[in-house]
Structures are given as C-alpha cells and as structure tokens.
Design a protein around this ligand. Structure first.
Ligand code: CA2
Length: 143
C-alpha cells in the first residue's frame, strides 16, 4: 500500500483563512497542506475538502485501499454523522480527529463527537497547528 495520509475536511472548511479569523485564524487549507507536507517525513499528503457528506464518506471508503491513515476534520458532521463514524469504522488504519477551534469552549451541541468514538486521538483548539501536530503523530503511528 502507498504511504499516503488522507487529510479530509468537511463542510465550510474551504472558508478557512477567509472568514471569522477570530475563531479559525488566517491560514487557508492550502497553507495547511504545505505545513503538513513539511512534517510528513516521507509520507505523501493528500488533503481534500468537501461540503458533501456523501463525498466525504466516499473518500473514507477509498482510503481503505489508498491510504495508511486518515486525519479528519469533519466540520459540523462531527456532531451529527453516524454515517461518517460507520465509514471510519470500516477503515483499518489510524484515524486522528482535528478541530481548529476548541469545540468544548463553544456551544454544547459541539461538545459531542461521533468521530471521537473511532479516533485514536483528538486535537481541538490549537488553531491550524492542530493539523501539523496530528501529522507528526501520524508519522509515529504508521512508521
Ligand atoms: O473547529 C473546527 O475545526 C470545527 O470542526 C469547524 C466546524 C464546526 O462546525 C465544528 O463544530 C468545529 C465549522 C467549519 C467552518 O469553518 C469555517 C472556517 C472559516 C470561516 C467560517 C467557517
């Protein structure tokens, strides 16, 4: 299998760096992709974003054959989607969950994550640095 890590992003995260910088900071997903490649230690980074739950589930299925690990920020689907949890449960490699904001400091509906039932680790509230921290951890988990 290839040494690819999927970094999957859910709805509205295409706006990262472009709206609400007080919550989400000023870096874009393109910046995140570049930063993750810098710490990838020989792994290939494949970063994607979609606003569609079905597309996100399709990518998780695809990862079964094409990726060694998944770093996922499912956006608001974190708090709603049993379907994404089911798809992740069918993936055999490590899964790390990232949230740019500290979801536990925000509205109570953001406090529960279905994805956390599957994730090996969760990072929240470190801004976009959470992605590179997760990538460093992923290098350790798959090497
Ligand atoms: O903190 C995170 O990373 C979240 O996954 C972001 C989701 C939110 O629904 C989760 O509760 C926590 C929202 C993504 C929206 O992203 C934006 C980025 C910039 C500007 C506006 C929205």
């Amino acid at each position: 299998m290839s040494k690819t890590i999927y970094i999957l992003n859910g709805p509205n995260l295409n706006l990262l760096g472009r709206r609400q910088p007080e919550i989400y900071g000023r870096d874009t997903l393109a910046d995140v992709e570049r930063q993750c490649r810098e710490v990838a230690a020989g792994l290939t980074v494949d970063l994607r974003q979609t606003n569609s739950e079905a597309e996100l589930i399709g990518w998780i299925h695809e990862a079964r054959d094409k990726a060694k690990g998944i770093i996922i920020n499912p956006g608001a689907f974190t708090h709603t989607s049993i379907a994404i949890l089911d798809a992740l449960n069918a993936f055999e490699g490590p899964v790390l969950e990232v949230h740019v904001s500290n979801v536990h400091k925000r509205e109570s509906f953001r406090h529960h994550s279905y994805v956390s039932l599957r994730a090996e680790g969760v990072i929240a509230g470190f801004g976009v640095d959470g992605y590179t921290l997760a990538m460093r951890r992923m290098v350790m988990l798959v090497k």
